[in-house]
Ligand binder design. Structure first.
Ligand code: UD1
Ligand code: UDP
Length: 364
């Protein structure tokens, strides 16, 4: 069986790495090919993860880069079609909700190649988010829907998806987190930034709704300056956010206790997350990772497609409201801790389950 997995953006690498390992270990019948679209391309947004997660260099690199949605999606489709025509895989695996996910699943289905979607069924119910469109469309045309949390099952059933396509397997991103945890002990990231355990806050922001407008970004800068009087703020900054901060001249408005850094490698990032007082974020994956680690997470969004991180985990939504966020920060610093539990099947074995399901189905 020839399977081709697609990676493109930072959160994709953590999801494909454990699947690659599971194929190698449990399913030797699979020839596994990896295609990197190049949606993310800086070393610290891409290559660093291959090294740290033990992923082999991709068999194909499409070098797409940034662009408008149509431009990026269209370019990926054109290049990816060439790869599919050459390789003729039996199935492709796409993960998450980025433009590479929908571009490649659509290209494959038009060539009658089966598609497996890892992280299916998540819904924010906010179609203003580009990711929500990508999720709905990818799920609609996928043959295997691998679901990470219970809400995903409910959403797919409500949408009338055939039961035989839906598989509740747990969370591959957590597989990676569990396998990387022992390595985080040798990270020296805290010394590097001169920060101490439980005495700092991490911030990550990259959603267009938070970082694309000058007004919103300038309000964020004020908010970060204000909370940095409570504890040091470490802000590993996504390239989209850096470009906007610099264009609007706002990087210079951040005060000394707000430490701006380039994006951090996975091992250092998890090491830091695990030792932080709390994280302020609009990331999808980080809401899940903080839930697994029991770290307090404040999400600056109005919706989440990952409700288990709130209902079971340590996440809270404060909307796009910096006053609410500041109140939540102070509560946590003053000892209010949300005690969470780990969602079902977030146990480090999700990729094994995927490998087994694909193996069993290929026998029929
Ligand atoms: C993308 C995903 C988003 C995901 C995020 C993870 C879509 C629609 N969005 O958003 O769902 O949460 O990745 O991080 O797929 N850039 C660089 N270097 C890089 C990567 C990006 O400079 O290595 C710059 C480029 O100028 C690019 C901009 O960042 O135009 C945005 O990149 P893009 O991949 O289009 O969207 P993200 O905001 O990264
Ligand atoms: N991450 C990282 N370094 C950073 C910021 C994030 O390694 O500086 C990891 C994080 O641990 C998670 C993934 O990147 O595994 C999340 O990616 P991102 O927030 O870009 O995407 P999203 O999950 O929002 O789509």
């Amino acid at each position: 069986m020839k399977i081709l997995s697609v990676v493109g953006a930072r959160p994709n690498f953590m999801k494909v790495a454990p699947i690659h390992r599971a194929f190698k270990k449990y399913n030797k019948r699979v020839t596994h090919i990896i295609c990197h679209t190049g949606q993310h391309y800086d070393t610290n947004m891409s290559e660093v993860f291959f090294n740290q997660l033990g992923l082999p260099a991709p068999d194909y690199y499409l070098g797409i880069g940034g662009g408008s949605h149509a431009e990026q999606t269209g370019k990926i489709m054109i290049k990816f079609e060439e790869v599919l025509l050459k390789e003729k895989p039996d199935l492709i695996i796409v993960v998450g909700d980025v433009n590479s996910t929908i571009a490649c699943s659509l290209t494959a289905q038009k060539l009658h190649i089966q598609v497996a979607h890892v992280e299916a069924g998540l819904r924010s119910f906010d179609r203003y988010m580009p990711e929500e469109i990508n999720r709905i469309l990818t799920d609609t045309i996928s043959d295997y829907l691998f679901v990470t949390e219970k809400s995903g099952l409910i959403n797919l059933r409500n949408e009338g998806v055939e039961e035989s396509k839906i598989f509740f397997v747990g969370n591959c991103m957590i597989d990676s987190l569990i396998s990387i945890l022992p390595l985080t002990k040798s990270s020296d990231i805290l010394e590097k930034y001169d920060i101490k355990r439980k005495e700092f806050i991490i911030v990550t922001m990259h959603r267009p709704s938070n970082v694309d407008s000058e007004y919103r970004l300038s309000e964020m800068a004020k908010f970060l300056n204000s909370i940095s009087s409570e504890q040091k703020v470490i802000f590993p900054i996504h390239p989209r956010t850096r470009k906007n901060l610099e264009n609007f001249g706002l990087d210079k408005k951040l005060e000394g206790n707000v430490i701006l850094t380039d994006p951090v490698g996975y091992i250092d990032f998890i090491a830091m997350l695990n030792e932080s007082t709390l994280i302020l974020t609009d990331s999808g994956g980080i809401q899940e990772e903080s839930t697994y680690l029991g770290v307090q997470c404040i999400t600056l969004r109005t919706t989440t497609e990952r409700p288990s991180s709130i209902e079971e985990g340590t996440n809270q939504l404060v909307g796009e409201d910096f006053n609410k966020a500041e109140k939540a920060v102070k509560q946590i610093i003053n000892g209010y801790e949300k005690i969470g539990t780990i969602p079902e099947l977030w146990d480090g074995r999700s990729a094994e389950r995927i490998s087994e399901i694909l193996f069993n189905n290929s026998m029929h």
